[in-house]
Design a protein around this ligand. Sequence first.
Ligand SMILES: Cc1ncc(COP(=O)(O)O)c(C=O)c1O
Length: 417
Amino acid sequence: MSLTPELVAHCRNQFPALGRTVAGEPAVFLDGPAGTQVPRAVIDAVSSYLAHQNANHGGVFATSVESDALLDQVHRAAADLVGAEDPDTVFFGANMTSLTLAMSRALGRTWRAGDEVLVTRLDHDANVTPWVLAARDAGATVRYAEIHREDCTLDLDQLRGQLSQRTRLVAVGCASNAVGTINPVRQITQWAHQHGALVFLDAVHYAPHALLDVAAWDCDLLACSAYKFFGPHMGLMWGRRELLESLPAYKVRPAPDTLPGKWMTGTQNHECLAGVLAAIDYLAWLGREAGGDPHADRRSALTAAFQAIGDYERTLCQRLLAGLAELPAVRVWGITDPRRLAERLPTLSVTHRSLPAIDVARHLAARGIFAWHGNYYALQLSETLGREPDGMVRVGLVHYNTPREVDRLLAALRELV
Ligand SMILES: Cc1ncc(COP(=O)(O)O)c(C=O)c1O
């Protein structure tokens, strides 16, 4: 299973956006954590739906019947992506934040004064504030899992010490969108379940890099966003059937009481759902191309894809960390030890000794290197690290990035030293 340079080039050719140039040089897209580019198959699926099948679902005429068939297919594909058996336990919405706010309102109705929810200092705010607001409405208490500042990992002892019979929910990310730390979500879930708490996983940042596996992790709810894994702007959520069935959803009266319709408010963005299906199938194609079984079922192909993607991305990350270690004016926040690459994703936040983050981002942008600056909504983390209001500069690698692009980034940063 491997992503050879030829296969990476083949993948890149499928992403029209990667052909962009800035001042005569190919653009370098290091903004994947804020949204990846999309392959041609996704663009075609969106436009083909609008051209040929555009309709509401549930009708008896051709375009509506085809729309229903599309919905069935995308639920099945999303179940394969998250590692669930039951396609009806996955539902879609505008984005992860909207889905999480809706879920927090539903869960919050089951909480009482004296109940507790546990969130972390490492998470994106979309996995913090929805729970804080729901807890406030219910009179419940919010507790925070702290981090080790030196490597931006969760302080697991402190986290475990926050759990008790009062804990109703633990909300934690699979990986940090700011510093790339991978969290031991299986372990955290076990601890939470020992106290009878539910576990909500934010897989938004993890999904383009590694295999989601709700069955192995044994979590209760998980959310991610297709626009971070090479699809269009849509969010999706998975939940345990018993939980989704028993929780009261905020929904209109004619909407179904059954899954998945119970959790899908209003008319869905069918054209983007066509794109989500194409994005998942692109990843499965990649798995088969990378040396997996060409006849593998979609879940097996996705497993192969993420093995190959993970191996390749770790080589890129190692190259980047090694180069950054030679730049004394640049500080990397998070895990830097090359022996600990399995504990992080190739998403790095850096700061410059004397330049504000925005100036570093501007310097890179002028050289055609697209990188984000600020706190990227990982507000608790940015505050904990003392980086507000300036923030950091984030460079995020995905499988369509190349060693040459890493070298261009390093050369551009070297000019600032
Ligand atoms: C880790 C993480 N969680 C949640 C979100 C919010 O996702 P969405 O934009 O789909 O609401 C993001 C977006 O950047 C993210 O990176």
